[in-house]
Every structure is written in C-alpha cells, then in structure tokens.
Design a protein around this ligand. Structure first.
Ligand SMILES: [Zn+2]
Length: 251
C-alpha cells in the first residue's frame, strides 16, 4: 500500500512530535516551549530556509532584549536596597550602543552565550535578597508567550521576534538564573534546617555546596517547567477571554 503524501507542514509537525514522544522527559520539561518556538509553519519556502528564519527570529529577539533582562535584575537589587556595582551588556548584544543610551550601563566583550550580567555586592544576604533579583526578569515570560502566540496567529513578525526574545530568555535561564535559584533555595533550606536543629553549618565547607547542587538542579528544572506551564495557561486563559481563542487548538 502506498503511503499517503504528506505536505511539508505535516512532515515537520510529525517530526517534532516523533522526537518529543520518543524522549518523554524532554517533552514533559520542554515540549510546550519547543512547540511555541516552532515557527516553521509561519514562513513560506523551502524547509531549510524556514528553519533559518525560525532561528533568526529567536536569535534577534533574545539579543535585542538583553538590556530589559539585565535592567530587571538591577532594578530588583535596587528595590531591595542594594547598590549595583556594574550593569554590563555584551558588545555582541549591542552593548557599545546601549551604554550611550542607558545611564549606568557598561559595554564589555562577552562570549556569545552571555548577553550581560549585573555585579552587586551583598554581604550576608537573605535567601530572598538572592532569589528575587535572580528571578525578576522572568516576569517578562508571560508577556513573551502572549506576544509569540498572538504573533503566530496574526502572522506578525515584530510581535513574533519580541515574543521569541522573552520566551528564549526563559530557556536561557535553565542554565543560568533558575538553576542558580534552585541551588540557592536548597542551600538556604538546608542552612535553615541545620540552624533550627541547633547544628549550624557553613554550607561552603566540606564540599556541602557541591553535594546540594544536585538536588538544586532538580529544583531548578521543576521551577522552570512549572513556571512556563502556568504562565502559558494564564496567557491562554486571557487569550480565550479577550480574543475568544480556543487554546486547545495548535497555535
Ligand atoms: Zn539573567
């Protein structure tokens, strides 16, 4: 029997679906995110060209939004009463330009994967003093999901690029801010338990910090998965109410 002829869209969707169903953990953790950032159905032309455009949207979006990301880290530090020593934006992300426009921003040559960083000295900070500034930029993720899903529905490229930027930054956090927050939460909880039990311990001694980094990775991944999932659900609820969109349909 001859196989039914599939169009490019069906083939791409089927390929992504096959990959995700084979690796259920990846699907569970990143499935929604991967499907959201899949723009191949938006563009016309050959498959490779469409993948190129997909990658370009993510790349441009995430590099353009670096200043907002770093300023939110810095702003949260300020709100908690700390002084930022340095707010750095990499030259590859336009740092040389942003330092002329935004007061207090410095440009540096950073590796491609590092958009910028904020240097803020905190002597004996509380857990919230570390975790809140670390996670502050991720309030932009639901805005990004909204822009991305609506941009895809309306086929509006500026909305898609902005949405891709904020959503991609959420992914970037797996290896940076959220993993660090996961580690900080586990270390903070262990420190608290030791003090309550009357055996205060220095978490930086005896390699304890490195042992606690392992559960920290799981806490970080759980933070990542549930934050993206519930941000997405909230956004789809708003889209259903505001635009009457059935969010159970593929976007
Ligand atoms: Zn960050």
């Amino acid at each position: 029997m001859r196989k039914p002829h599939l169009g490019l869209e069906e083939k791409t969707a089927l390929g992504t679906q096959k990959f995700l169903s084979r690796y259920t953990t990846i699907d569970y953790l990143f499935g929604e995110f991967i499907r959201d950032l899949d723009l191949t159905e938006i563009f016309k032309g050959k498959k490779l060209r469409r993948i190129d455009k997909n990658v370009a949207c993510i790349y441009i979006g995430s590099h353009l939004l670096t200043p907002i990301h770093e300023l939110l880290h810095a702003g949260a530090n300020k709100l908690l009463g700390y002084e930022n020593q340095k707010i750095v934006i990499g030259n590859l992300d336009g740092g040389f330009l942003w330092e002329k426009i935004i007061p207090g921003v410095t440009a540096e040559n950073l590796p491609l994967w590092k958009g910028g960083y904020v240097l803020c000295h905190k002597s004996s900070p509380s857990l919230t003093d570390i975790v809140i500034p670390g996670l502050a930029p991720y309030i932009m993720t639901p805005i990004g999901i909204y822009l991305l899903l609506e941009g895809k529905r309306r086929k509006c490229i500026p909305m898609i690029i902005a949405g891709c930027g904020f959503v991609a930054y959420h992914a970037d956090a797996v290896f940076g801010d959220i993993m660090k927050a996961g580690g900080d939460i586990v270390i903070g909880a262990a420190d608290y338990c030791c003090r309550i039990a009357g055996h205060p311990m220095n978490m930086n001694e005896n390699g304890l910090k490195y042992i606690l980094a392992i559960p920290g990775v799981f806490v970080g991944l759980a933070l990542w998965r549930y934050s993206y999932h519930y941000f997405r659900r909230a956004v789809n609820y708003i889209r259903e109410k505001a635009h009457g969109i059935d969010s159970t349909l593929p976007t």
